[in-house]
Design a protein around this ligand. Structure first.
Ligand code: APR
Length: 230
């Protein structure tokens, strides 16, 4: 069981050039969240949703992990399975920085989920052209992304880890979306020390023992050094 559980959100990838969700205009890259991040939006207009995620997937080739991703990967080199990263992000920047012990609770851009056989396959191409599922051959692939109204992945494993952890750190997330926004209270109830690293106080800032404001690329390497020195 990990001693440290880290929750990451869009803010950790912001300095890599991946836009966050809740920008001033309330839109996600020009789209309303209910249009591109709900099962209803997909049923209404599949082409728009497939094109949207195809573009996000292609954009991954233009971004690189930043100092915050790298600091977590380096920490894992020392702590091994003592560190678990739970990310809400659907990009692959933690893995590209070298992290291995990662749970993508909101799914991954680089996977396609077959609505016919239920199997998720690695995917780097497009879905707008309705390709066949590598497993069953059905032309029913969708992004393997957890939309609003759907259940995030690996919640049991995350709950167990939060119950056992001695430290919980939340990085670059607005604390606006549950269940992730409730992890701090869960960890704290079970005795963890809780720390927030975010550009600004999140919606749940007051739930943390400590909240530090700044850029993830500055704050995360500093915190990782503190962990290694103590
Ligand atoms: N360093 C640290 N924090 C940052 C930085 C940065 N460089 N840039 C932005 N932030 C902070 C913002 O201040 C904000 O509080 O990151 C947070 C990003 O919040 P959101 O855009 O709401 O992203 P997130 O919390 O990951 O969203 C949660 O909502 O739309 C859904 O499924 C989607 O996983 C997503 C979930």
């Amino acid at each position: 069981m990990p001693q440290i559980v880290v929750l990451t959100g869009a803010g950790i990838s912001a300095e890599s050039g991946v836009p966050t969700f809740r920008d001033a205009d309330g839109l996600w890259e020009g789209h309303r969240v209910e249009d591109v991040a709900t099962p209803e939006g997909f049923e209404r207009d599949r082409a728009t949703v497939q094109r949207f995620y195809d573009e996000r997937r292609a954009a991954l080739a233009t971004v690189e992990p930043n100092a915050a991703h790298r600091a977590l990967a380096e920490l894992e080199e020392t702590l091994g399975t003592g560190l678990l990263v739970v990310t809400q992000n659907i990009d692959d920047l933690h893995e590209r920085a070298g992290s291995r012990n990662v749970i993508h609770m909101h799914g991954e851009l680089l996977k396609a989920l077959c609505r016919s056989c239920g199997v998720a396959s690695p995917w780097s191409g497009t879905l707008l052209d309705e390709p066949a599922c590598p497993g069953c051959g059905a032309h029913e692939l969708r992004p393997d992304v957890v939309w609003f109204g759907e259940v995030p992945y690996e919640m049991d494993r995350i709950a167990d880890a939060l119950s056992e952890a001695s430290t919980f750190v939340s990085i670059g997330t607005s604390g606006a979306v549950y269940p992730a926004a409730g992890f701090v209270q869960h960890a704290r109830r079970h005795g963890a020390r809780t720390l927030e690293l975010n550009l600004e106080p999140s919606e749940g800032s007051h739930f943390f023992h400590e909240s530090r404001q700044g850029r993830a690329g500055d704050l995360v390497p500093l915190w990782a050094r503190e962990v290694l020195w103590t």
